[in-house]
Design a protein around this ligand. Sequence first.
Ligand SMILES: *Cc1c(COP(=O)(O)O)cnc(C)c1O
Length: 392
Amino acid sequence: MSMNRGRFGEYGGQYVPETLMGPLQELEIAYEEFRQNETAMITLHRYLTDYAGRPTKLTFCENLSSLLGVRIYLKREDLLHGGAHKINNTLGQALLAKFMGKKRLIAETGAGQHGVATAIAGAVFGFPVDVYMGEVDIRRQELNVFRMQLMGARVLPVTTGTRTLKDAINEALRDWVANVATTHYLIGSVVGPHPYPRMVADFQSVIGKETKEQILEKEGRLPDVILACVGGGSNAIGMFSSFFSDDVRLIGVEAGGRGLETGEHGASLCGGTKGVLHGALSYVLQDANGQIRNTHSISAGLDYPGVGPEHSMLKDAGRVEYTAVNDAEALEAFYLLSKKEGIIPALESAHAIASAVRIADTLDHDDIVVINLSGRGDKDVSEVAAREKERK
Ligand SMILES: *Cc1c(COP(=O)(O)O)cnc(C)c1O
């Protein structure tokens, strides 16, 4: 076990079986070559623009701005192919896998959104794709399972443990150990052992780079506040990293679920403790014996018991503020953006909107606030409709 490679402060590292140390090093070296390979970068750029739909718009929200008394912009990752930022990463890693001569992609998924984004990349680059998914999640996310299958991916049910995401992660790691010569393990957020957190952050950094250019063009200055929701933390890091050395307030918003005091939430930074999950040291939701706790959020994409190691460092350093928004507030923000702007946000992104609403009172009327709209909410409409029925 290597103790100082790929660390963010004390966080990160490579807490994996000995047999994976070689493959992780191979991946790290190949990724460096890939980044410096001009043809590979041109190809990635072409897929991001012509296929996925970059650059995404930075939209000024006239109605929401007058309501809240600040200048609100949305970075429109919801407009990407697949409906979320996840494709920035899956296209990047799938091309890297091709560059490395791998023949097969594997992934694990909870809500199914990363599985879908991996299936998309597998289809377009001609890889067979196997996606591990807990049996419980398969039942909850029927539509995403069908989407993956439509695009040629195989969904492998995981029947161990609680039959949810953390068990699917274990199965994916087991598969990778057994088939590493031919297989790339495509991790979906800034989590996992080094070099994944660095690599995924790089692939998502296009969000912040575009935002910086766009806001300078529209406003002639940088924003005062930037908000993004945090599950594993990839859309947030992708947005924030371009602004680390600027005088910009950065706020990461976690899933408060039914409230931090209930223990039923997905807020690893706001309510967790240091521990190892998914091959890295970070803040995680665990009990006194180090057993990973069950999480809860209205948004399946924030329902993850850990968080990327870079976020843990940023929290301790105080460079990013982390806060939690509960289910009810997120739902209110979901309705608000739909009604005021005609944009239905993903429930994940609605957490960031809710947090902006919360702090608007404390800001000046000419302050600029950018919210990363990580995805669109079509996938959440039936869940929200079911809750409405319940209420009546
Ligand atoms: C998966 C997902 C997230 C959470 O993942 P991060 O790695 O934290 O970005 C947030 N929003 C949407 C729309 C997602 O699909």
